[in-house]
Each structure stands twice: as C-alpha cells, then as structure tokens.
Design a protein around this ligand. Structure first.
Ligand SMILES: [Zn+2]
Length: 144
C-alpha cells in the first residue's frame, strides 16, 4: 500500500491548515477591494494590496464541475476508487478543488448544493472535502 501524498504547505498557508484541523474552513479576503481569495496568497491578486486577511467561509457551495475516477488512479488512491474530484464554488465566490464524498458517483451533478466536511488524515492534517447538503438532494432533481 502506498502512502497517500499530502498537499504541499507553505508558511503563508499555515492558518488554512491549522483551522482545517479544528474543522474550520478559512479563505482570504482583501481588506482593500473586499474580494475573497482562494488559493492562499501573500498579496491580493485583484488590486495588489500587500496584505490579505483570513476569514471563515460558510462551508456551503455548489459543485461547479467534477470527474469520477474509476480507473488508473495513482497507486496510493486505488483503494478509494471510485472517487469524485470536484471543483466547488463556495458561497463567497471562490472555487476550491476538493473531493465530493458521501455521494454515489451516479448521483453527482453540477450545481448540487454541498457543504464542507473534514477528513482527518493524520494528527497534523485534516483535509476539507464536500458532501451533499441536506437530505433533499436526489438523483435527477435538476434533470426533471
Ligand atoms: Zn484587493
């Protein structure tokens, strides 16, 4: 069994990972132009402000896009197949690449509402993932 690779961490992303360990999803917000920012930056990519703040995200969003990995996953992920890699559009407007969990791949849909959940990988790392929000989501709800 291979060891699952973990995301690279830089000093300026430390608040994100520390909050994730506590079950809190942080993104950044520019104090000048108020844009929300993800992935973590040292400067505002919109207005160039030299400093950005960390703010708590709602954890709610929708599936912007996704793919189901059913074959040829890297060896560390073979036991997890099939799994869903998704780009989540958070309520705050930023998009986050993550995984859609607690969802049958056949039920995954773009625009389905999701909410964050945290998967503890080790004592020092929790990963934000997303699950369908509420019990109301059913396959075909947006196809009708
Ligand atoms: Zn800005």
């Amino acid at each position: 069994m291979s060891i699952i690779p973990t995301p690279p961490q830089a000093p300026w992303t430390a608040p994100f990972w520390k909050a994730a360990q506590e079950g809190v999803l942080l993104i950044q917000q520019c104090p000048s132009c108020r844009h929300h920012i993800f992935y973590p930056r040292r400067h505002c990519p919109y207005c160039g402000a030299p400093r950005v703040n960390w703010v708590q995200a709602s954890g709610r969003g929708t599936v912007y896009s996704f793919t189901v990995v059913e074959n040829n996953a890297p060896s560390a992920f073979l036991e997890q197949m099939p799994f869903i890699i998704a780009i989540i559009q958070l309520e705050e407007g930023v998009r986050m690449m993550s995984a859609l969990v607690a969802c049958d791949p056949a039920d995954a849909r773009c625009e389905m509402p999701v909410e964050v959940t945290f998967e503890r990988v080790s004592g020092e790392l929790s990963l934000p993932k997303f699950k369908p929000a509420g019990a109301a989501w059913k396959k075909g709800a947006v196809d009708a």
